[in-house]
Design a protein around this ligand. Structure first.
Ligand SMILES: [Mg+2]
Length: 360
């Protein structure tokens, strides 16, 4: 059966909440976080500010130069978190298969709900309910997998939606600029462009073997998405059994060696837990939170399963490479392992552990 996945993305979330709550900010270029002359970065920019070329994660000083009449406002994360929960509660009325990506984005698997109703009409309804109950707009992408739904939600932003039907998937991917691909950061984009890969169509011309030489374990994912294929399930948050560790920095970290060193420290903690519990893990994931609070996770399959620090260590640079950590700098790093197997009995284990991968 063809899956039906909706990616919902709130429009300029933090900035829109500030404008909603303070009428004096409406229609104005609003920047959340930082001060004009500070060394910090913009956490969010209203659409009025974006018209000046300002975007989130941009240094405040640069934003202030581009948009001299910008209004800087301090972030209110408790409020954003509250609104995020309100939106999640709306999602839950439609499906319990929800995977949040950050405070303002989530994947919804609505395959079961959309036997009679189209996913397109359901997405429209969800956006209308969000607008009515939060006075905030959201955009949606609708497709048959996560990658395409995510790419599609950007097309009619703000306050719009776009559907990619199964027969349109390949053509849609073909025309996408490679820098827009979810998961392709600045560093990877530069590498791909140097290899002559400018669009999805260019990527599609590469064989799996050739991609493996350049991108290692990431090759299979790239090979698949170039063909509009993405089998990753919408991951019901909280249900996965995992062991993890994470750390938040008082100052954003941007040095690659320092980031890698931190991941290694986390790997040591995770390996200690695995050994204590006599488990091996088939899946490894890192979590990166950028200064603008968007959070990404990157995971890979470990063959053979990992158990020790030395097992985990070689995967870290590859996982890190699939984020924009070095370009954007990071405020939080996490490492977790899942698909755990009991070493002694060699059977999958059901661990009732706190889910450390939660993306808020
Ligand atoms: Mg958003």
């Amino acid at each position: 059966m063809t899956r039906k996945v909706i990616h919902i993305d709130m429009d300029a979330f933090f900035a829109s909440i500030e404008q909603r709550d303070n009428p004096a900010l409406r229609g104005k270029p609003v920047l959340v976080g930082g001060k004009p002359n500070s060394r910090g970065v913009v956490a969010a920019a209203s659409y009025e500010a974006r018209a000046y070329g300002v975007f989130s994660a941009m240094p405040c000083s640069r934003a202030a130069r581009l948009c001299p009449n910008a209004i800087f406002t301090p972030p209110r994360f408790e409020v954003y978190r509250e609104v995020s929960q309100q939106v999640q509660a709306i999602f839950l009325r439609y499906t319990d298969r929800i995977e949040p990506l950050s405070l303002d984005e989530a994947y919804l698997d609505v395959s079961e709900q959309c036997v009679r109703k189209t996913a397109t009409s359901l997405a429209k309804e969800i956006r209308q309910v969000i607008a009515a109950e939060t006075q905030l707009t959201a955009s949606a992408g609708i497709s048959y997998n996560k990658f395409l739904a995510k790419m599609a939600s950007d097309i009619r932003k703000p306050n719009g939606q776009f559907v990619v039907l199964p027969e349109q998937g390949e053509a849609f991917v073909a025309q996408l600029p490679i820098g827009k691909f979810y998961g392709v950061g600045k560093a990877t984009e530069t590498k791909m462009v140097a290899l002559g890969i400018h669009t999805g169509a260019d990527l599609r011309r590469w064989s799996l073997e050739a991609l493996q030489k350049q991108f290692g374990k990431w090759a299979q994912f790239l090979y698949d998405i170039a063909r509009g294929i993405d089998e990753r399930p919408v991951d019901n948050n909280g249900e996965r059994k995992s062991i993890g560790a994470e750390t938040t920095f008082s100052e954003n970290l941007h040095n690659e060696q320092a980031i890698l060193k931190t991941l290694q420290d986390l790997a040591q903690q995770v390996a200690n837990s695995l050994q204590k519990k006599q488990l091996v893990a088939e899946t490894l994931a890192i979590k990166v939170r950028y200064p603008d609070f968007t959070t990404v996770t990157r995971q890979c399959r470990a063959v053979p399963p990992v158990h020790s620090f030395d097992d985990i260590k070689p995967y870290l640079p590859h996982l890190l490479q699939r984020t924009e950590a070095v370009d954007k700098s990071v405020r939080l790093l996490g490492l977790s392992v899942s698909n755990l197997i009991d070493q002694k009995s060699n059977t999958p284990i059901q661990l009732k552990l706190k889910h450390l991968d939660r993306k808020d």
